[in-house]
Design a protein around this ligand. Structure first.
Ligand code: F6R
Length: 236
């Protein structure tokens, strides 16, 4: 993607680095996927220049595939290590991603405990699924869930297929922070890039608030910033 993606990434990175500069011990809610990659590269660049310091920051990721180990290159933990954590000075023990290998009941309760013990998420970055999902909260789920295990929708499985060799390897389930956990973040930054996100950006931010479009719940949050490139924002 061209300059637009870079601009979007720089703007979102600006908001996140300002958060960390103002409060070095910030709890950052993070996402994986294509959208935040440019944000992470920008933050890494500023870290290398000495402009931002993550030594006191805590990170809490949104989600992880059930059944993938942290060292599996397709896991979100691996993605975060490779694309962000290992390039900055965040302390590994201060980074949190659900453990895809842990049993369901234990892991969801443990993760909610991690969020609580952190004192709450200061800033949550979110990407937007084509079907309006945030984290892996798929259409039709309820708004009042904390961390839980979800069955991924067909469209999400389809979107993930490119990362897996065989169809049957694509995970069908994931652990995700729930909508309630996401809505408790003090500030939310949504990033969206490309024409393929234009319709869902419109539905989520201008359409009715409904579990059919999970991101529409963000209209009820009092501190949400949408950072998008021109294509993604073309319909609003
Ligand atoms: C990732 C996540 C997902 C993605 C969404 C958009 O941790 O929770 O909700 O943010 O699927 O993905 P991209 O950015 O790849 O379009």
């Amino acid at each position: 993607m061209g300059n637009d993606y870079r601009d979007m990434s720089r703007k979102a990175a600006n908001i996140i680095s300002a958060q960390v500069i103002l409060k070095p011990s910030s709890v950052l809610g993070l996402a994986t996927g294509a959208s935040p990659l440019g944000v992470y590269s920008q933050l890494i660049e500023w870290y290398r220049k000495g402009d931002v310091d993550f030594s006191e920051a805590v990170t809490i990721n949104l989600d992880e595939y059930k059944g993938l180990a942290p060292e599996d290159p397709r896991s979100f933990r691996y993605f975060m290590n490779e694309n962000f954590f290992k390039h900055i000075n965040v302390r590994p023990e201060n980074t949190n991603v659900p453990d895809g290998m842990a049993p369901e009941a234990d892991e969801c309760a443990r993760y909610d405990g991690v969020i609580r013990a952190s004192g709450g998420i200061d800033m949550q970055m979110l990407g937007l699924g084509h079907n309006g999902h945030i984290g892996f909260n798929e259409p039709g789920g309820s708004f009042d869930k904390d961390t839980h295990c979800v069955s991924l929708s067909d469209s999400t499985i389809e979107a993930n297929r490119r990362f897996f060799e065989k169809d049957e390897d694509v995970p069908r389930k994931a652990y995700t922070m729930g909508i309630r956990s996401i809505m408790q973040a003090r500030r939310i930054v949504v990033i969206a890039s490309g024409a393929r996100k234009a319709a869902i950006v419109m539905e989520a931010f201008r359409g009715p608030i409904t579990p059919q479009v999970p991101a529409s719940v963000l209209q009820l949050h009092n501190n949400v910033t949408l950072v998008g490139d021109t294509d993604a924002l073309s319909m609003i």
